[in-house]
Every structure is written in structure tokens, then in C-alpha cells.
Design a protein around this ligand. Structure first.
Ligand SMILES: Nc1nc2c(ncn2[C@@H]2O[C@H](COP(=O)(O)OP(=O)(O)O)[C@@H](O)[C@H]2O)c(=O)[nH]1
Ligand SMILES: [Mg+2]
Length: 221
């Protein structure tokens, strides 16, 4: 099952849903939406997605997707942004990695990133990558990538217990410490195709600091 959290992505979500359905014929594509002020719901439905609703927040929406996938008995889930950042045509490569991994990350830092990542953001992701690698004792790079594939035991566990504020690097620390096999697959990405990121500027810095703190807390669970 493909899970696409989306808020105010009306101009973008339709293309992502259509590309995902084309790349993965017969696979359910679920858009998890909350409180969009635009036509996100209509655009997603018209493109052929099932739309479900969640409480606010990216992590909360992602978890709602995991719960839905568990109810549907999905074997695996892939999470994609609705903003056009993650190329759905690369999903089959991510799924192939699940043959010997439990969680596969689409990574901008293993090959061609595909676009110029703003310097401050790139520095923050690399610093979080080092921190995450230290905490998990596994070399991980694109620790904030929202493009991930998860096998059933992983998303079923996350459906039961998942952070509600930040769910990026901290989730990877948890996964490695749970003994799940985590791997990275090179995926060229794109900048979001319009609209605003959920975190920019100072808000982004505060978000990165919270993520680092939550990641450290995972080692004490
Ligand atoms: N349902 C839902 N989706 C959200 C929320 N916040 C962000 N998203 C979606 O989550 C995805 C990732 O957010 P984005 O702003 O692209 O984060 P970035 O890629 O880290 O800059 C996008 O598809 C957003 O539309 C939210 O509160 N609810
Ligand atoms: Mg994005």
C-alpha cells in the first residue's frame, strides 16, 4: 500500500497519485489528509486515491496510514510526500530492497541527489545523519527522508506506537535498536513542486533539535 500524507497539496497531489498508480498497478494508494484549505481531497480522489482523514501533523498522519494498512492486511507500505519530491517510479527499487531489509529509505545521499538541496538544510540533514549513525551504530545518511518502504512487522508495530511530534531520524534509531534491518537505496529526488514545506527557517532549526533529542531518547527505551 502507498501512503501519502497531504495537507494543502491540491495542485500537486493528483500527479503523485497518478504516477504511483502507474508505477504500481493494482496497489492501493491512500492519501491521508487533514484540514486542507484547498482541494486536496478532490484532487486525490479524482486521481484514484482512497482518501482517509487524520488529526493534524505529519507523524500523526503517517501513523494513521500504518493503522489503515494493518486493517487492510497490507504486506508492505511505502510512504511518499504529496509535493512531488519523491519519484513514484523509484518505488519498485525500494520494494526490491525489502527482500533483505525490513525498512528501506529512499536516499538522496547515496548517488545523484537529483536537485540542489539548500545548503542549510543539507548541513542539518548530514549532522542529523551523523548523530543517528552514532546512536544506532549503523551508518545512515538520509535520515529525514520521508520516502520509506516498511515490511509488515515494522509498520504494524508503528501503528501501535509511533511518535506524534517528529518521526524521522528518531524512528530510524528505534528501528535499528528493535533489530530490524534498515537499508538505504539511492533515489534522485526533486524539490517540492510548489507550496510550502511544513518546516522552513527557524522552525526548521527547532524541528531538527527536537529530532536529535527524540533520537537520543530512543536509546533509553
Ligand atoms: N495529513 C497531513 N499531512 C501533512 C501535514 N503536514 C505535512 N503533511 C504532508 O507531509 C508531507 C511532508 O511534508 P513537507 O512539508 O513536504 O515536509 P518536507 O519534505 O520535510 O519539507 C507532504 O506531503 C505534506 O503535505 C499534516 O499536518 N497533515
Ligand atoms: Mg516534502
Amino acid at each position: 500500500m502507498v501512503i501519502i500524507p497531504a495537507r494543502d497539496e491540491g495542485p500537486r497531489v493528483g500527479a503523485v497519485v497518478r504516477a504511483a498508480r502507474a508505477a504500481l498497478p493494482g496497489v492501493p494508494v491512500v492519501v491521508v489528509e487533514n484540514a486542507s484549505a484547498d482541494d486536496t481531497v478532490r484532487a486525490a480522489s479524482e486521481a484514484g486515491a482512497e482518501v482517509i482523514h487524520s488529526a493534524p501533523g505529519y507523524a500523526v498522519a503517517t501513523r494513521a496510514g500504518f493503522v489503515h494498512a494493518r486493517e487492510r492486511g497490507a504486506e508492505w507500505v511505502v510512504t511518499l510526500d504529496a509535493d512531488g519530491q519523491h519519484p513514484p517510479e523509484a518505488v519498485p527499487r525500494l520494494l526490491a530492497a525489502l527482500s533483505d531489509a525490513d525498512l528501506a529509505i529512499g536516499s538522496r545521499f547515496l548517488g545523484d541527489a537529483g536537485y540542489r538541496i539548500p545548503l542549510a538544510r543539507s548541513a542539518a540533514i548530514h549532522a542529523l545523519g551523523l548523530w543517528t549513525s552514532l546512536l544506532s551504530r549503523q551508518w545512515l545518511r538520509d535520515v529525514t527522508s520521508g520516502m520509506r518502504a516498511l515490511r509488515r512487522p515494522v509498520f504494524e508495530s508503528f501503528a501501535d506506537d509511533y511518535p506524534s511530534d517528529v518521526a524521522d531520524a528518531n524512528v530510524l534509531v528505534r528501528a535499528v535498536r528493535c533489530g530490524w534491518r534498515v537499508t538505504e537505496v539511492p533515489v534522485p529526488m526533486r524539490p517540492r513542486s510548489g507550496g510550502d514545506s511544513q518546516h522552513g527557517g527557524l522552525d526548521g532549526a527547532a524541528f531538527a533539535l527536537r529530532m536529535a533529542l527524540y533520537a537520543a531518547r530512543e536509546t533509553r527505551r
